[in-house]
Design a protein around this ligand. Sequence first.
Ligand code: SF4
Length: 507
Amino acid sequence: MLMVPERPPDNAPKTFRLSKSKYLSGLQCQKRIYLEIHEPELAAERDEAMQALLDRGTELGELARQRFLGGVLVEADYRHRTEALQRTQDLLRDPTVPAIFEGAFEFDQVLVRVDILERAGVTDDGTATWRLIEVKSSTKVKAVHLNDLSVQAYVLTGAGIVLSGAYILHINTQYIYKGGEYDLLQLFALQDLTAVAIARRADVQARLPEMRTTLALPSPPEIEPDGHCHTPYECPFWDHCTKDKPVRWIYYLPGGDRAIQQLARKGIQTIDEIPAGVKLSPAQHRVKNNVEWIGPGLKAVLQTARYPVHHLDFETFMVGLPKFPMTRPYEPIPMQWSNHIQTMDGEVDHHEYLCMDLKDPREELALALLQSVGQEGSICVYSPYERSILERLGHALPSLRRELQGLITRLWDLFSVIRDHYYHPDFQGSFSIKSVLPAVVPSLGYQDLDIQEGEMAVLHYCQMVFMETDWVEKVRIREALLRYCERDTLGMLELRKALGEKTARRY
Ligand code: SF4
């Protein structure tokens, strides 16, 4: 049983009422919580992808509630704090209520909304006991979830709730959807984290005064942006905190965070200031040298591609709630591919596939792909991702497994060719095709496209197929998706050509 924490000392600064999310922001960075409270307008606007992520969490949370029959939702939202607190108290007192959803609790001027509070039993003196359950759309318990649970346990026990346990309910990726209604006992996995929640309540009590002291400062604390800004969450103040950083800021050096932090601690602000004796990886050396570099092996490795050269890119979607029978939560499902085919004499042909219907696209997609790539030639890809998708397809489609495995033996990875044999200053340390393509083939970027990156492609695909969308919009999305995927494979083709021309000029 989790006992009531001691009241905080009277001299603790108490001016600021906090929420669970503010507390978690404060754990990530004291400057972040300061800006969230005092200067929220400096945060970057939430993009569509982030909003979709939040919506996904809400959808799963609502589904998880169905595991707790008879549970009652506290509907008053964050703008109606007093009503939410009052309604929660009423439900706590009602012994016929087996579970409370979104219950509101406050202690030590911290307000939390609890996903699920399930009635567990009664103590010897007749006091009700409760299970605290936090629902997560992730596939496992993460470190940040423990802090999340701890602050809730701190507030609830402080507010007089007798907790018999604290749990995270997350998605179970071993669940195989059989079609029809979801099996909620299988879809979610319950992790008992009571011991951690108990142990960490003291941390919560210790960290709150620190945060309030920071919040009382006349200006934000001086905190250098670095790796902590991206974990456990992307901080929305990144653009603000880095706006005055030099173009060749040390943080843009590729490679491990720790090495970069060591350099920064020595006062090295830019990549150009790195002293000659510092040990760098080959890729870091190229970024530091900041000149175009053509490796001596580039010509030979480019010639290993066999004609006709196919240039293949898949688009996939992954959702927590499986859409098709015999698929698992977050299983990547390919729904689109593009293939640019270049023959030995320079002729180029283009094939593409996109599933627009509400159906499992995998078999149709694989059959169309096998026909497109035929039996001959290398299949140029840009990352190991296409390989993993072909392996998954082979697993899901036993009748096509041998042919799909045959494609894997023909894969030719342009990413590793560029990473190991070529560098351009405009890469700015990134070997992503989104950075590489415009640097090597300036006429071919992504700026002119309606969809410019993978997350947006997934969002639009889901809108086209799984939501109510009129036909005009569907046709617009289809066209945007096709042009996006086509750009990736045309980009690979043009990159190979441009690199070939560079080696021809040099040798
Ligand atoms: S960007 Fe980094 S340093 Fe700036 S507030 Fe966010 S976490 Fe803190």
